[in-house]
Design a protein around this ligand. Structure first.
Ligand SMILES: [Zn+2]
Length: 385
């Protein structure tokens, strides 16, 4: 017996298990006493562990107590008797403990079954959230302009006609002011607010007016926010969507600043090789005005259904701030000049993630959001031709 040189251990945690009435006293044999902590642990075992422990201790082939009994023949006769008795006693204690635990587990199972609980059912996996693709696009655009020294400005979503249209050089009979295009409120404007009826802003441009009225140039701001139009929902239109615009006003600002800044933006946002172009356009609040296209991100200029075969996709409108807008904000248009742009993050998100229908961005369809919601999902941006 290899362990007989050590003094017999005394089980100090003698205890009585209420379920099995197992008394843990030293057996007088260290190799048997080594099993006592495992005997004490039996009442806490779950079903699978209980079964494994039964095999480990009592198993016919390699159970620890089975092996101890097999070693009997190698012992002197007088010790054989004492050791055999100790092994059998311990075996009886283990058997009682295993039986008591099995019974307790079965009783617990029946109790849960009666209560309608089935703990063997697989759990519901927790959903991991992610930024909405439009939010990510807005944050990214803001981040690029922040690097260029632009601050973020915000303003109210309910505006007066003056801030939304007239101060921005819309003539009073402009079709955009028609009920067909704009959502007006029944509520009268607050005392002292300049100009006409209340409406849900149709663009973020009134924040340009509020920013220019708040303090003298230099002004460099980007303005993200929701805007509202009386549009029916279809694959490319929403009545409520996000817009982000930028405004730079200072002395000596020219169209070169506009082109250089927006070209830099397109290369930072899409890819360093992205080509862009400016086409003449018209907006009441800028002169001259332009629309900016970037190389189609799906076909890289070769032409595909998404870009209607042109190889280009329009991303924003821009132009030099109209002198009348500066004068409406009490700024000397001979001294100050500026440029502005506006774009729709919903549309940019469609471009960037190759999404064919703008309604998918609002649908809350988990299959869609799981694809585009994680970085690198179906991201087609940043891939050079
Ligand atoms: Zn294309």
């Amino acid at each position: 017996m290899t362990g007989s040189a050590r003094p017999p251990t005394t089980a100090t945690n003698d205890s009585t298990d209420p379920a099995g009435s197992v008394t843990m006293a030293s057996t007088g044999f260290p190799e048997l006493d080594a099993l006592l902590p495992r005997l004490a642990a039996v009442p806490a075992l779950e079903a699978a562990a209980l079964e494994a422990e039964q095999v480990a201790v009592l198993g016919r082939k390699s159970g620890l107590l089975t092996a101890a009994l097999k070693s009997l023949s190698s012992l002197p006769v007088d010790e054989r008797k004492r050791f055999g008795a100790a092994v059998n006693q311990l075996k009886g204690q283990f058997e009682a403990a295993f039986a008591a635990r099995a019974e307790a587990l079965e009783a617990e199972r029946r109790r849960r079954e009666a209560a309608g609980l089935d703990l063997t059912m697989p759990g519901r996996r927790r959903w991991v959230g992610a930024e909405h693709p439009v939010t990510r696009v807005v944050d990214e655009i803001v981040g690029i302009f922040r690097e260029l020294g632009f601050a973020v400005a915000t303003g109210p979503e309910v505006e007066t006609e003056w801030y939304n249209f007239l101060a921005l050089n819309f003539p009073a009979d402009h079709p955009a002011m028609d009920m067909h295009d704009t959502l007006y409120l029944d509520t009268p404007p607050a005392e002292g607010e300049p100009g006409g009826r209340l409406l849900l802003r149709t663009h973020t441009s009134p924040v340009q007016i509020r920013t220019l009225l708040a303090g003298p140039p230099p002004v460099r701001v980007v303005i993200p926010g929701m805007v509202y139009r009386n549009d029916a929902i279809d694959a490319s239109h929403l009545p409520a969507f996000s817009q982000i615009e930028g405004l730079a006003v200072d002395e000596g600002i020219s169209f070169v600043d506009l082109k250089a800044t927006l070209t830099h933006f397109a290369r930072r946002f899409f890819s360093p090789a992205t080509r862009s172009r400016f086409r003449p356009s018209f907006f009441p609040f800028t002169e001259p005005s332009a629309e900016m296209d970037v190389e189609c991100q799906l076909c890289h200029g070769r032409g595909c259904p998404a870009c209607k075969g042109t190889g280009w996709m329009e991303i924003l409108g821009c132009g030099m701030v109209h002198p009348a807008v500066l004068e409406n904000c009490k700024l000397d248009s001979e001294r100050y000049t500026g440029w502005a742009f506006g774009m729709g993050p919903h549309r940019i998100a469609l471009l960037r993630y190759g999404v064919p229908d703008i309604r998918l961005l609002l649908g809350g369809d988990m299959r869609f959001l799981e694809q585009v919601g994680r970085p690198g999902g179906t991201d087609t941006g940043g891939v050079d031709a």
